[in-house]
Design a protein around this ligand. Structure first.
Ligand code: SF4
Ligand code: SF4
Length: 467
């Protein structure tokens, strides 16, 4: 960057020279980008609050029940046995975010991240509504505790607590299930003290984050923010100040010929700084604290409009775009990320297609020897069949695929409810002439009518010597 003074990098805006918290009072943003982000935030908030309560084929739309090891993604149930699919999906998500960051910088932070959406579109808006814009908030905080201050602060903190409680309920519903949460609420809080405790703990955390910790989550705590330094390059499109056009910054005077005096288009009004929720000056260049919220673009565009200059002094642009007027190009790094992402997606889709409707696990009963009845040798097993679908299976049978012989399920054929699990015991009988060794590998099939829908392997013990 052409900016030479780098002293701004020695400190962060949220901490003052004595090392104490510096409260940031951003001016209320308004403009084209703020409007677009507001509309998008409504959609995202609706999805976030509704997802644990929407059902697809009877399954919760999104569920991350870690304790019971049940996961639903877009209404599709995943079992612990499918954990590898979740891990691959997460890896794809990470590569996607990296790719997105390399191309578009922290666009995720500004437009999609729940922290920014709740902070800027919910809590901050309530604050503006109750306490007014930046100047009024500063005045209120400075004034002594009178009736007005007590009233405004109490209403604000009460609303913050209510919204934190709502978020805590939604958050918990993702983990224990929307139905379970509703039943715990209707049973009464004292019937489920553990749920009540979790709700209060989450409410406290959310209240702390949105009422006090705020932008420090993005500046200090978020690991994604820390990654920017390695992900961004001169080709990445970020919220950027066009220093070539803006410098030499000078105050605006109507009668002055700025071109003749060699002034840039920045009139040093500092509106871009005053609206910034992380308290930085974007004119210093790309900084880790910038969450790409676009507030400074709107603020500067408004000023440019007022003074009759072209908009876009602060805009979405890459360093190369500003410095060399280059258009975006696909670098080798971007192409390699896209290739990796495409391969991973193809791999995931192939795995999803190969995923069976049911999963069977057949284990030799520990400590049990084979038994013989005439020429027939018998082994006993425990087995588990999981239904990964939303339909019911009746009369599932298990048969030997690799050998002639019989599988006898204790209690008869298996009936599996949708998403259900069946555990039982079975015997396998094989004629000694059909065995070649004392530890034979068997392949057993699960049949729905005459369709083979799953296979599993197990061992069969016998007194047969290797021929
Ligand atoms: S809002 Fe625009 S004109 Fe005003 S200080 Fe910022 S960059 Fe300069
Ligand atoms: S510099 Fe601009 S885009 Fe970045 S956080 Fe501040 S206001 Fe938002």
């Amino acid at each position: 960057m052409s900016v030479k003074d780098e002293s701004f990098r020695d400190s962060i805006a949220t901490i003052n020279e004595e090392g104490k918290r510096n409260i940031i009072y951003p001016r209320k943003p308004k403009g084209k980008f703020t409007n677009l982000r507001t509309y998008l935030s409504w959609v995202l908030l609706a999805i976030l609050f509704a997802s644990p309560f929407i059902k697809i084929n009877g399954n919760q739309f999104l569920l991350f029940n870690i304790l019971d090891r049940k996961f639903n993604i877009f209404g599709q149930p995943f079992w612990p046995q499918d954990f590898y699919l979740l891990v691959i999906s997460m890896l794809i998500g990470i590569v996607f975010i990296i790719l997105f960051t390399v191309i578009f910088g922290r666009i995720f932070c500004g437009w999609i991240c729940p922290q920014t959406i709740f902070m800027e579109m919910v809590f901050r808006k309530i604050e503006y509504w109750i306490e007014g814009d930046r100047a009024k908030q500063i005045k209120l905080d400075k004034q002594a505790w009178n009736a007005e201050k007590i009233r405004k602060k109490s209403i604000k903190w009460f609303l913050f607590a209510v919204i934190s409680f709502l978020i805590a309920n939604t958050f918990l519903a993702y983990f224990i299930g929307g139905d379970v949460l509703i039943s715990h609420i209707t049973d009464g809080p004292l019937e489920h003290l553990d749920t009540l405790f979790k709700l209060l703990a989450f409410t406290t955390i959310f209240y702390f984050v949105f009422a006090w910790f705020r932008e420090q989550v993005c500046i200090i705590a978020c690991p994604y923010g820390r990654l920017q330094g390695v992900l961004l390059d001169n080709n990445s499109v970020v919220v950027a100040y066009d220093h070539k056009r803006g410098e030499n910054r000078q105050k605006f005077r109507k009668t002055e010929d700025r071109d003749q005096k060699g002034y840039g288009d920045c009139i040093d009004c500092k509106q871009c700084v005053l609206v910034c929720p992380t308290g930085i000056d974007i004119r210093n260049g790309t900084q880790l604290e910038c969450v790409n919220c676009t507030a400074c673009i709107d603020a500067c565009d408004e000023i440019m409009d007022r003074v009759g200059f072209e908009k876009g002094l602060i805009r979405y642009a890459s360093e190369n775009n500003i410095e060399k007027e280059e258009q975006f190009k696909f670098s080798a790094r971007i192409i390699s990320y896209i290739t990796i992402l495409s391969l991973m997606l193809v791999f995931l889709i192939a795995l999803l297609f190969m995923r069976n409707d049911v999963e069977a696990n057949i284990l030799h009963l520990p400590g049990q020897m084979y038994t013989t009845k005439g020429d027939t040798i018998s082994n006993v097993y425990t087995f588990k069949v999981i239904n990964k679908t939303n339909r019911q299976f009746t009369d599932l049978k298990l048969n030997l695929v690799s050998h002639p012989g019989k599988v006898k399920i204790v209690g008869g054929p298996v009936n599996l409810a949708k998403g259900g699990l069946y555990q039982g015991t079975l015997f396998i009988d094989i004629h000694k002439n059909d065995l070649k060794s004392s530890k034979e590998k068997l392949k057993i099939g699960v049949y729905n009518q005459s369709n083979l829908i799953e296979t599993d392997k197990t061992n069969f013990s016998s007194p047969i010597k290797i021929k």
